[in-house]
Design a protein around this ligand. Structure first.
Ligand code: SF4
Length: 329
């Protein structure tokens, strides 16, 4: 098996809670609380969980768009957390991000040509304006847009087309990894599959690794090789997409999966309705963070946080239902 391109170990992001006249720190929101995973070249790693579980903060921390509080991020053998500004710029050529809202992430005053030219200028790609224009034409064709529209503005495009522009902007610098942060959740269902197919085609053509973030497991399931499930800042399960789909171990993953429609009516799953709301990460429950909502909770779950363990080869979870096995990431 090839070495991971990206290795994330025990990633942490705490946001201080400030109160009073002097804005003193009275506590922390544990937005990302000890998350570990790896991504290989050309692989899609899906990251799922309810909104507020820390998956977007994780994605942004990888590029240091948000500064992590702790843990290690090793990309292609380099320590991302120790990178200088200059090295960080080089990193952002290798690791790009596509945001959820394609309208908010595009500058409304920039034409598509200006939008796509910006990363080429920042990273000094293309020596002349003609060379850059050629690259922009090529990028627009690659994402299924007519280059004749490069002088138009974002508002002249549909939501799906705007997301294609966001993808073209990420592709402009030929990255090895794209963090796709809920890239289809703002789009109509009819357009979602087209954009997912585009991600798939681009991966085949350019061998890009994706960290694909979504709250909807049905979106992530189709595109991912492996999936990590997050709950309240922690990874609770990580497995091959097929394993997770056919045999989810963690009660939270089971609940998420029970909401995914199945094409075969005979294979219908019973829907597990999660009780209560997601607790606040500023004041998480004791023991296993999921215990107040878990249908299988036992006494030990309130008292002790479960260890992260490899229950089957490559299939990890943190849950007291499984006997203690050798842990790993
Ligand atoms: Fe449920 Fe206990 Fe497992 Fe947590 S550790 S998911 S509460 S069974």
């Amino acid at each position: 098996m090839s070495e991971p391109l990206l290795q994330v170990t025990n990633l942490q992001k705490l946001f201080p809670i400030k109160k009073g006249l002097f804005r003193s720190t009275v506590g922390h929101v544990r937005a990302v609380d000890g998350v570990s995973f790896s991504v290989r070249a050309g692989e899609t790693f899906g990251l799922v969980g309810e909104s507020g579980c820390g998956k977007s903060t994780t994605g942004r921390s990888l590029l240091r768009l948000i500064e992590p509080t702790g843990g290690d991020i090793i990309f292609a053998g380099q320590d991302v957390r120790k990178m200088s500004r200059q090295n960080l710029r080089a990193l952002r050529r290798q690791m790009q991000i596509v945001f959820q809202d394609p309208y908010a992430s595009l500058n409304p005053r920039y034409t598509i040509k200006q939008t796509l030219e910006e990363p080429l200028l920042i990273h000094r790609l293309g020596h002349s304006s003609r060379e850059r224009e050629k690259r922009i034409e090529q990028l627009m064709e690659t994402v299924g847009l007519s280059p004749s529209r490069m002088h138009r503005y974002p508002h002249e495009f549909s939501g799906g087309q705007r997301q294609r522009i966001g993808i073209a902007r990420a592709l402009a610098v030929s990255p090895q990894v794209i963090v796709a942060d809920e890239p289809v959740s703002a789009l109509d269902v009819s357009v979602q599959s087209q954009v997912l197919n585009l991600f798939d085609d681009l991966q085949k053509e350019f061998h890009i690794a994706y960290i694909f973030i979504a709250h909807d497991l049905s979106v992530v399931k189709h595109i991912s090789d492996r999936i990590g499930v997050m709950y309240l800042g922690k990874m609770v399960e990580l497995a091959d997409a097929d394993d997770l789909y056919h045999e989810p171990l963690h009660p939270y993953s089971q609940a998420l999966l029970s909401a995914v429609p199945v094409p075969d009516p005979d294979a219908k799953r019973d829907r597990i309705i999660l009780q209560g709301d997601l607790p606040s990460p500023a004041n998480p429950p004791s023991g296993c963070y999921f215990h107040p909502r878990c249908k299988d909770a036992m006494d030990v779950c309130r008292l002790k946080a479960p260890d992260w363990q490899e229950v089957k080869p490559g299939h990890f979870t943190a849950c007291h239902l499984y006997g203690h096995a050798k842990g790993g990431a």
